[in-house]
Design a binder for this molecule. Sequence first.
Ligand SMILES: [Fe+2]
Ligand SMILES: [Fe+2]
Length: 165
Amino acid sequence: MKITKNELHTLLVEQLRDILWAEKHLVEALPKMAEAAVEPDLKMAFTSHLKETKGHVERLKKIFGHLDLTPRAKKCDAMEGLLAEAKSIKDDFKDSEALDAALIAAAQKVEHYEIASYGTLRAFAKRLGYSEVVNLLTATLDEEGAADKKLTEIALGEANEMAAA
Ligand SMILES: [Fe+2]
Ligand SMILES: [Fe+2]
């Protein structure tokens, strides 16, 4: 079975709508994560990724523009679930020393979802020959990867401190 260009285009648009919903909701969730974080470097990581995330929404709007479509979001059940989990873990650990570690765990699941989504979207766009869309998706994918790496660094720093104590 060979997928037609038309079908792949439809799938790409569908998935773009999904990630647009996800990014818009992340813009609402990240300030709460930043507020909850204890360590200043984690607070800063969330705050600076919030700024990038607003840029991801703008980039997606640009992509819809390139495709001559209005940027319409479609509810992303996966991100809704990940954010619900983030909220409950944040509440459950609010008085715990492990709060930052809990926030990092939730945030990394989100970043990995985004990395998977943008990686797939980029592969679709490449196959369709949408080079400008590929470039925009790559820019966001790079920032998602860097955000994930930063969270790992913060988590490892914490772990090292704990080992030293
Ligand atoms: Fe993002
Ligand atoms: Fe992200």
